[in-house]
Design a protein around this ligand. Structure first.
Ligand SMILES: *[C@@H]1O[C@H](CO)[C@@H](O)[C@H](O)[C@H]1NC(C)=O
Length: 227
């Protein structure tokens, strides 16, 4: 009997069943620098992704590089990766290839980013604080593996857990969302303004997550991060 219970727990752990939580008005605080900590989040695409949008907010005064959203498959560590290289420069990776985006210098405030990509046109779009940057070509015809390990606050250098602590986020993160399609411009702006959003597999209001290491959930210091 005890063996059976243990086995069920092991299976539950392997299949990665995580509790769902509404994180409205909350943030993750990544406290250490450098850090091995991360937040694992979960979504279950039913088939390889041909389109996606990932949105999130982050707040950090770090000058070294850091990973924000790291979706690794067994084929590619950076199947999808939103990476801040330095102040004023983001990278978006799809299937191991990347495009760079220059953004206004950090104003010591929250940055809201939405990154989207569509395979058919091989087109990547990066929105920063509700405004789109010029679109760029990336991985035309590529399919993103549906079997993924998704970590926040790190850049995976191997499927699920191998990373450089000097590429970790120190700071705060909130409003993490992922859709399996490209949001319309109105929906991109709605994400920035924290307005009502379409249903999604991975969302801040019903987030399935697991904290590993020194990350804490705290209320926001300001009611609206847009102000
Ligand atoms: C991906 O988006 C394109 C439009 O760019 C659409 O034609 C296609 O059906 C979408 N694929 C999936 C699997 O949703």
């Amino acid at each position: 009997m005890e063996m059976q219970l243990l086995w069920v727990l092991v299976l539950a752990g392997l299949s990665g069943i995580l509790a769902q939580t509404d994180l409205y008005q909350k943030v993750f605080v990544f406290r250490n620098d450098p850090s091995n900590a991360y937040v694992r989040v979960q979504t279950k695409p039913e088939q390889p992704l041909q389109n996606f949008t990932v949105c999130l907010r982050s707040f950090s005064d770090q000058t070294r590089p850091y990973g924000l959203f790291s979706y690794a498959s067994k084929a590619h560590d950076s199947e999808i990766l939103i990476f801040k290289l330095k102040s004023g420069e983001y990278r978006l990776y799809v299937g191991g290839e990347f495009v760079m985006y220059h953004v206004p210098e950090n104003r010591m405030d929250w940055d809201h980013v939405c990154a989207s990509w569509e395979s058919a046109m091989g087109l990547a779009t990066f929105w920063i604080n509700g405004k789109p940057l010029p679109r760029k070509g990336l991985q035309k015809g590529y399919f993103i593996s549906a079997e993924a390990m998704i970590l926040l606050g790190q850049k995976q250098d191997g499927y699920g857990g191998s990373f450089d602590p000097y590429n970790s986020l120190t700071g705060e993160m909130a409003d993490v969302y992922m859709w399996e399609y490209v949001l319309s411009p109105a929906q991109m702006r709605a994400a920035y303004l924290s307005l009502r959003l379409p249903p999604c597999a991975l969302g801040w209001r019903n987030l399935q997550y697991e904290i590993k290491g020194d990350v804490v959930v705290k209320p926001r210091l300001r009611e609206s991060v847009v102000l």
